[in-house]
Design a protein around this ligand. Structure first.
Ligand code: F6P
Length: 552
């Protein structure tokens, strides 16, 4: 059992604090001058991905201390606990066995005395048969025409993973099927999706582990009504509505035929569920072979995470670097910067993965933490961000470590687009590293013809401190395998951080209060008199809603 005091109250932690104090004024630019092999020294590969972490505020000694601390925190044992199905999600008394969903090895995985692997593999075979029937037009809509559109209805982990992977793998899509994702509870979103669709050729997949999520049930009910109002019949519902859920009874009560319900299990967390039947819309888009390749990429990363020594373990290194900045540099954010149009959904996906997992203030043992935990994850696709928020990255008073994500080859190698894109990515991390001194700025201005007096005034504005850390994650191309490995890498980075911080990365109690209050606010908005212990601001906003609704 790990208690709060072992996280920060250790001799190694004190050494790290001292070491931070010793190196914080040093500039990475000098370290690169002193060490021509820094790139090779701080570089690691795993499952076809390569991580250059040389542009971090670290020395060999930093890594030695961080790794010692990770060992002291029993990280290898905690990783093993995750894989063998110990109830690491302690507040919900469950294991977190998303790794079983992509277990290509011989290993049995036991939950409550039963090997779950046969059921996992059986589900993939069911997905295969379903995909085959839809993609080969064996399963058709009520008018006997093949499906043209799939609407995936789900939110959070039942949305972000499939959405990310299906946009990442767009080059692998079967062009005959359009996949739409309906998540938000917003009349405008559902209207915009449905208005382009024909009920006779539309398949719905209701994705909800709990089958109790307000947004998903509202959207699903509205889609069913739309189907019935626009030509579909009650008897046709089973041809058009499927579900993925661990709550089979609720799915049946909603009207989904039992044969159309794909299973989910308690031991898979929502934000870790892409690898289960929640990946069905993706499998429909890219085919089951590509879906299996995605699982294979994740499995290769799992094996790496499980077996590589900590010092060559990519997720562990990324976890430790994150902790170095959060707990020693007091940095509270982390930017995700994919230089690939197909990976534009990655920041949103990682926001849920990281912030819902590690946005915690209590240890798993129930002690309030006395150190910071998960950072704010944000970001956006390059180069768009360069013309927007990168200004703060370069000259802001805060610094935010960045992950540059870079496929070296494009699926669309037209002209020199990709070289230009890559040059932007590399020069951004270079600029963050090296910065620009006042003297350099001054020399540049004078060389450009500005008179000295004006140049002296302007030069300080152009100073860029540099010494701002970044990782560059690079790989040959965005493929099912590389995307599987990439997502699993971040899953494990986040899990390793949770283990090191002593928090439970697999529950999410913080989201519950908003849901509870939401019910009561909804009743008030709709005119019901509800016991009035609501704050003045919320009451005022409820009145404003009612007045503005009535005034239009
Ligand atoms: O409210 C948060 C959450 O529980 C997420 O963790 C989950 O991914 C999402 O809601 C959707 O839940 P479900 O799949 O049960 O509809």
């Amino acid at each position: 059992m790990i208690s709060r005091s072992t996280v920060t109250h250790s001799a190694i932690w004190q050494s790290l604090q001292q070491h931070h104090h010793d190196i914080q004024q040093q500039h990475m630019r000098d370290w690169f001058h002193q060490d021509p092999h820094r790139f090779e020294r701080f570089n690691v590969s795993a499952a076809g991905l390569q991580l250059d972490y040389s542009k971090n505020r670290i020395t060999e000694h930093t890594m030695t201390l961080l790794l010692q601390w990770a060992n002291e925190r029993l990280l290898p044992q905690q990783i093993e606990s995750l894989f063998i199905g110990d109830p690491v999600n302690r507040s919900e008394k469950r294991p977190a066995l998303h790794t079983a969903l992509r277990n290509f090895g011989e290993r049995e995985v036991i939950v409550d005395g039963i090997n779950i692997m046969p059921e996992v593999r059986d589900t993939v075979r069911r997905m295969e048969s379903f995909c085959w029937k839809i993609r080969r037009n064996q399963w058709r809509g009520y008018s006997n025409r093949p499906f043209t559109d799939v609407v995936s209805i789900g939110i959070g982990g039942s949305f972000l993973g499939p959405k990310l992977a299906s946009s990442a793998l767009k080059p692998f899509w079967d062009s005959r099927l359009n996949i739409h994702y309906l998540a938000n509870i917003d009349g405008s979103h559902i209207t915009e999706i449905l208005k382009r669709l024909d009920p006779a050729t539309t398949l719905f997949i209701i994705q909800s582990k709990s089958f109790g999520t307000q947004e998903t049930l509202k959207n699903a009910t509205a889609c069913r009504q739309w189907f019935l109002d626009n030509g579909g019949d009650e008897d046709d519902l089973h041809k058009h509505f499927t579900a993925v859920s661990s709550n089979v009874e609720a799915a049946k009560a909603f009207g989904i035929a039992e044969d159309n319900i794909f299973p989910m299990w308690d031991w898979v967390g929502g934000r870790y569920s892409l690898w289960s039947a929640i990946g069905l819309p993706l499998a429909l888009a890219v085919g089951i072979d590509n879906f299996r390749e995605l699982l294979r990429g994740a499995y290769d990363m799992d094996e790496h995470f499980r077996t590589a020594p900590l010092g060559q373990n990519m997720p562990v290194i990324m976890a430790l670097l994150g902790i170095w900045y959060v707990n020693f540099f007091n940095i509270n954010s982390h930017a995700i910067l994919p230089y690939d149009h197909y990976l534009r959904s990655l920041p949103a996906y990682l926001q849920q993965l990281d912030m819902e997992s590690n946005g915690k203030s209590m240890t798993a043992d129930g002690y309030p933490v006395d150190y910071h935990t998960g950072p704010i994850i944000w970001g956006g696709v390059g180069t768009n961000g360069q013309h927007a928020f990168h200004q703060l990255l370069h000259q802001g008073t805060h610094f935010s470590p960045c992950d540059f994500i870079l496929p070296m080859c494009s699926h669309n190698p037209i002209d020199n687009f990709h070289a230009m894109l890559v040059s932007n990515c590399l020069s951004q991390s270079q600029a963050l590293l090296q910065g620009k001194s006042e003297q350099e700025a001054l020399d540049e201005l004078i060389a450009a013809g500005m008179n000295k007096a004006e140049a002296v005034v302007l030069a300080p504005q152009k100073v860029i401190p540099g010494n701002r850390p970044s990782n560059t994650l690079y790989f040959p191309k965005t493929t099912p395998h590389s995307i599987g490995a990439l997502i699993a890498l971040y899953e494990h980075k986040v899990a390793a951080q949770g283990m090191l911080w002593g928090i439970n990365s697999f529950d999410q109690w913080g989201v519950e209060l908003g849901k509870q209050l939401g019910d009561r606010v909804l009743r008030s908005l709709q005119g019901e008199t509800v016991a009035n212990d609501v704050d003045g601001s919320t009451n005022g906003l409820i009145r404003a809603f009612q007045q503005m609704q009535n005034s239009l």
